[in-house]
Design a binder for this molecule. Structure first.
Ligand code: SF4
Ligand code: SF4
Ligand code: FES
Length: 757
């Protein structure tokens, strides 16, 4: 790391050591000294528009804006002198000239910087006697945001959020001078999947969320730290409840390692379902062909006795379980423990069942990169991935890297939001992504740019494997162009979607990508490597906890059982007699895949733990109503393998229970002695039996969560070989694996990848 140069200055008589290049505001903040801001936002470049940050700087003729003035050696700054306070008082007076002073009916009242600083620096009476500017209230800018123009102080944070962060120019300034107001291009409403952020960064009550307006006052809110459950990024949120009873909004809870302080609208506004009338509020049991309300005792008795009978008559193999990828690690762990340990069946899986059936010698998944590391990448290559659609905040992290000078390359179908940012695009269909990677490898081999390879024999192997593979003919000039970029770039991050290898034509995509990363010498450092973009908030958790046939928690080898599609009879009838489903809707999923979905009609027992009467629940014999993520505690593991904690913001709605409690009660009815019922105890058990989670505890996950595995030593001693090459491997391990795979591939085929298909 480059040496940091320090600058010595004094702020309010306190000696401060700032970093060269910092502004007065930044140095003061680091030293714990408060200076008010409106237009400046720490995630955006300074503008110097509002002047509320004026301070006194010795030997300067006028007050200086702390957010734009760089610190200098020997500088003497005063933020609380009469001179500085008078300057800020003057600014406040101007800002309030046209302000309607309607705090009592403003949604921001109680958490508004204008209100707070007016109390701090403003005057109790105004000198402005003229008529204030009047504009219509609550202008609807788009589907999510309302604007009160009278309250706007023209700080331009909202406009710059569009220009600097999303780079979509969503909001603009219309008119000029005193008539300036925030708006949109004529006839174009404000539509952005990141729109809700402007309500958080607007320092006054000008921009408000249409869903939250007048739902609560700030002093009624209880704030609970949690994690968004709507995709695999795991952005940090604060769940705000009114009087601790009703969820009224989600706010960001900045985690620079993940979300950089932003939320997408899917996450921010994704809470309406929690209090939905459609939520299941009582167990249901099928009687006379109809699902009828039942008590919890009746439902548990029914399920336990049916399971015992089926096991007795048909054996444990006749029972199976499918869990979802939204459940907590603790719920998933208990789910498989109940099925494997208590009932004795190996038939356990989740939606992405193909993972578990991949031979242990190959690389089924790999991730070495981190979300934060994207900021330091110089070239980001999207490989069959569309983060804007599936992991939205990753789009903003990519755009941040591009602002800092990185380049973007895209291999795969057209991307609506990111195509225009790409330096190179290889526009191939989903099933041709692996072929395009092979073409790149061929091109790099031809140009002799295999900088990450270790031995002459491997270079020879690569030469033989790709000899005669004419990349140019198949994919055109873009391959040569991207190969040129790859050769020149020194910090490359490749991001692939976890579902792309499942598409026909891409079965060796992960191994091929690992080879490309090794060939381009891009592994083993922060900001470079391969990132696996998973689908749901706990897709990794489902794998880590052993919700897959053949692998127990921590990928320990266990008896191979039936997979997802086999259990569901996707190609015929289910071989099972009983199926337990937790937080998943396989009937709908199979219908979407064109694989039927009624093959489970002959089950003797279908038990579904769900929040709503899903397509699968509609077919169940017993439905058990379960809690949402806002009503329970536990942990999720995000797309980069970061384990984060969630907390209950409200009690489970009446009649509803968390999945872990349901499973533990069922275990108890099946004869198990249940010793641990709380999430902390369950997580402790997970960390004991799952090497990947060794060293973690509820108490040390911290505000930002913790990347697993914690210790490399633990990992190398206890994890299976293939896993060591998958989860943040050392570059040596991965290079060794990629080289071995290359040799094997060469030996097995003696052909070009083109011929191997
Ligand atoms: S609407 Fe809010 S964020 Fe936008 S310029 Fe006005 S005060 Fe600033
Ligand atoms: S990117 Fe994903 S985790 Fe983040 S707020 Fe959006 S849906 Fe939630
Ligand atoms: S915050 Fe410094 S000028 Fe606005």
């Amino acid at each position: 790391m480059a040496d940091v140069e320090y600058v010595n200055l004094s702020i309010n008589g306190q000696a401060v050591k700032g970093r060269k290049g910092q502004t007065i505001w930044q140095a003061a903040k680091d030293a714990g000294i408060f200076i008010p801001i409106y237009c400046y936002h720490p995630k955006m470049p300074p503008l110097g528009a509002c002047r509320i940050c004026l301070v006194e700087v010795e030997k300067t003729p006028k007050p200086q804006a702390a957010c734009t003035t760089a610190i200098a050696e020997g500088m003497v700054v005063r933020t609380e002198s009469t001179y500085a306070e008078k300057a800020r008082g003057g600014v406040m007076e101007f800002l309030l000239i046209n302000h309607p002073l309607d705090c009592p009916i403003c949604d921001k009242g109680g958490e508004c910087d204008l209100q707070n600083y007016a109390v701090e620096y403003g005057q109790s009476t105004g000198r402005f006697q003229e008529e204030k500017r009047h504009l219509g209230k609550a202008l609807e800018l788009g589907p999510t945001i309302a604007l009160d123009r009278e309250r706007c102080i023209m700080c331009q944070r909202c406009v710059r959020f569009g220009n600097e962060i999303v780079q979509d120019e969503g909001l603009i300034i219309i008119e000029r001078g005193a008539d300036s107001e925030i708006g949109t291009f004529p006839g174009k409403p404000y539509v952005s999947q990141f729109s809700g952020n402007v309500t958080e960064i607007c320092p006054v009550g000008a921009l408000t969320s249409r869903t939250y307006r007048f739902r609560a006052r700030p002093w009624e809110l209880k704030h609970t730290p949690s994690v968004c459950a709507h995709c695999s990024v795991g952005c940090n949120i604060e769940i705000d409840t009114r009087l601790g009873r009703e969820v009224v909004r989600f706010m960001s809870r900045t985690n620079d390692a993940i979300d950089d302080g932003w939320l997408c609208d899917r996450g921010r506004y994704g809470y309406g379902f929690i209090h939905s009338e459609q939520r299941l509020r009582t167990p249901l049991i099928r009687k006379g062909g109809r699902l009828e309300p039942a008590s919890w005792a009746e439902a548990f008795d029914f399920v336990a006795s049916k399971l015992k009978t089926i096991k007795q008559e048909h054996g444990a193999q006749a029972i199976g379980g499918i869990a979802g990828t939204h459940s907590t690690n603790e719920e998933l762990y208990i789910f498989q423990k109940l099925l494997r340990g208590l009932i004795g069946t190996p038939n356990i899986d989740h939606k992405h069942g193909s993972f578990g059936s991949i031979p242990a010698a190959s690389i089924p998944a790999i991730h070495t990169a981190t979300i934060e590391g994207l900021s330091t990448a110089k070239l980001i290559v999207l490989v069959g991935a569309d983060p804007s659609d599936r992991q939205p905040i990753v789009e903003l992290r990519i755009k941040k890297a591009l602002k800092a000078g990185a380049k973007l390359a895209i291999i795969g179908p057209s991307l609506k939001a990111l195509d225009r940012f790409a330096t190179v695009r290889i526009p191939v269909a989903e099933g041709q992504v692996e072929a395009a990677l092979n073409a790149l490898l061929a091109q790099l081999t031809k140009s002799g740019a295999a900088k990450g390879l270790q031995t002459e024999s491997i270079k020879t192997a690569l030469d033989s494997l790709y000899e005669g593979y004419d990349a140019g003919t198949e994919f055109g000039a873009e391959v040569q162009q991207l190969a040129g970029l790859l050769e020149g770039a020194d910090r490359i991050t490749y991001l692939y979607d976890e579902l792309t290898p499942d598409v026909a034509g891409n079965k060796d995509l992960v191994a091929t990508l690992a080879r490309l990363a090794v060939v381009t010498g891009q592994l083993g450092e922060a900001g470079v490597g391969i990132g696996r973009l998973t689908e749901d908030n706990n897709s990794w958790g489902a794998l880590d906890m052993g919700i897959t046939p053949g692998f127990g928690p921590g990928y320990t080898s266990t008896t191979q059982g039936l997979g997802y599609q086999e259990m569901l009879g996707a190609h015929g009838q289910t071989p099972l007699k009983a199926l337990l489903v937790m937080g998943a809707n396989p009937v709908k999923h199979l219908q979407e895949l064109g694989l039927g979905g009624d093959a489970i009609a002959n089950l003797e027992l279908l038990v579904v733990q769900e929040q709503f009467l899903s397509e699968t629940a509609e077919r169940a014999h017993v439905v058990l109503p379960s809690s949402s993520f806002a009503e329970k505690e536990g942990t999720f593991t995000n797309t980069e393998g970061r384990v984060q904690q969630i907390a209950a913001a409200i009690q489970p709605l009446q009649g509803i229970a968390p999945d872990a409690a349901i499973l533990l009660e069922l275990a108890s009815r099946l004869g198990a002695e249940v010793k641990t019922r709380n999430s902390q105890g369950l997580f402790d058990e997970i960390t004991r039996v799952t090497p990947l989670y060794n060293g973690l505890s509820f108490n040390n996950l911290g505000q930002e969560g913790t990347l697993r595995p914690v210790a490399r030593e633990t990992r190398s001693e206890t994890l299976p070989d293939w896993l060591q090459t998958s989860i943040r491997p050392t570059s040596e391990v991965l290079i060794g694996t990629a080289n071995a795979e290359l040799e094997q591939a060469l030996e097995a085929s003696g052909e070009t990848p083109e011929k191997r298909g």
